[in-house]
Each structure stands twice: as C-alpha cells, then as structure tokens.
Design a protein around this ligand. Structure first.
Ligand code: ATP
Length: 203
C-alpha cells in the first residue's frame, strides 16, 4: 500500500456461486479521494462497496484498510421505534458518546441535510428520501474517515440530491458513492465504471 493510502484492494475477485461479478480489480483510495462508481444495474457496484467496507469477503485477492469504513446501504435501515434524531444519533451512542452531545451532533447533521422540522418524526412518518437522508446523517455524524454510500441520491429529487452531494464533497472523509445518475457522478473528481461484461473496471 502506498504511503498516504487509506485502503488498497489488490486483484479482487468476487463470485456468487458460479456467477463471476468482478475479477482482477485493484484500487487504492488515498485520503480525501472522492469516487463515483457507475455502471448498469446488476453490474456489481453494491458488491464492490460491500467488499471495500469489509462486509463481504472477496473470493480472491486482498484488501488492506488503515481506517474503519462506514457503509450506507441503498435502502435505509432505521430503527422504527426511534425518531429521526435518535436514529441519526445512534452511531454516536453506540460509540459511547453522551446522549446530549450525540443529540446535538445528530441535529447538526439533520439540519445540514435539510431535515430540520422532522427531527422528532418516526421513520414511518417520513418519505423514502427523508429516511435515506436520516441514514446518511447517522453515518456522517460519526465523522467516518472512509464513507461508502450506495445510491445516496437514489430516492431524492434533483435539488435535494445536489445538496446531498455538496455535503458529501464538503467533508474531510474519503468518499465513494455508487450512483446511476450521470449528473451526480460528474461532480466527483474520480469516476469508475463497473462493467460486468468486461469483468473489470474502467476509470
Ligand atoms: N447475495 C447474492 N447472492 C447471489 N448473487 C448476488 C448477491 N448479491 C448480488 N448478486 C448478483 O451479483 C451481481 C451484482 O449485484 P450488485 O447488487 O452488486 O449490482 P449493482 O451494480 O449494485 O446493482 P444495482 O445498480 O441494481 O443496485 C448481480 O448479478 C446480482 O444478481
């Protein structure tokens, strides 16, 4: 791994049973890198993010990670009994941050994502796009050095999506997003297309 790299994946291969999703893929993520992964539905973007996050093991190859990664799934997974604010504070609470401090951080992140006013709502009272932003607030609140977000603007209108991208690009974190949206991808300095047909990535 080069000095300064946060993550180095070498010669990754991923197969689900006999289905080969990715082969011979290598990437290094340096501090502050901002990547957009694009590619057809089913091309392997989610699988790649899961491997980089350490949530699934590659079939072959190696991944070295110097920092913990936070993965934000495409479908938000909020605790139904907790308010938006409590959900956003959850990552901090789990890490032992005191309730008041966690609450304040959660509020800041919700505000930055345009969710002030719904802090006390339960997930079921929120739209899909709002739930997705609460999940993103929860991830951002812990200031992850490496953030891997799956379709973070997938359920959002253009203006709200642009705001989420602004926020992601304004953070110190190294950020990788998977997106179907060419407009979103174009805003990221580095872009990778996951092409299942070639079973390799084209930068
Ligand atoms: N747990 C699994 N078991 C078997 N096959 C899987 C599994 N997860 C994904 N796949 C297959 O691997 C391929 C890549 O899926 P993946 O979800 O990574 O694609 P994607 O590019 O993120 O798709 P989308 O853009 O639709 O979210 C697909 O063919 C999918 O059917």
């Amino acid at each position: 791994m080069s000095p300064g790299a946060l993550l180095a994946a070498a010669d990754l291969k991923l197969a689900y049973g006999k289905r080969l999703v990715l082969e011979g893929f290598s990437i290094e993520l340096a501090e502050g890198d901002r990547f957009a992964l694009t590619g057809r539905s089913g091309s392997g973007k989610t699988s790649l993010l899961l491997m980089l996050a350490g949530l699934i093991a590659p079939t072959g190859g190696s991944i070295e990670r110097k920092v913990p990664a936070v993965y934000v799934p495409q479908a938000p997974s909020l605790v139904p009994e907790l308010s938006a604010r409590q959900n956003a504070a959850l990552g901090l609470r789990i890490r032992g941050v005191a309730p008041d401090a966690a609450d304040e951080r959660a509020r800041e992140e919700l505000r930055a994502l345009g969710l002030d006013g719904v802090e006390d709502a339960l997930p079921a009272e929120l739209s899909g796009g709002m739930q997705q932003r609460v999940a993103l607030a929860r991830a951002l609140a812990v200031d992850p050095p490496l953030l891997l977000a799956d379709e973070p603007t997938g359920a959002l209108d253009r203006a709200t999506g642009a705001r989420v991208v602004d926020l992601l690009l304004s953070r110190d974190a190294t950020v990788v997003v998977a997106t179907h949206d060419p407009e979103v991808a174009a805003r990221f300095p580095r872009r990778l297309t996951v092409a299942l047909d070639d079973k390799e990535l084209v930068e």
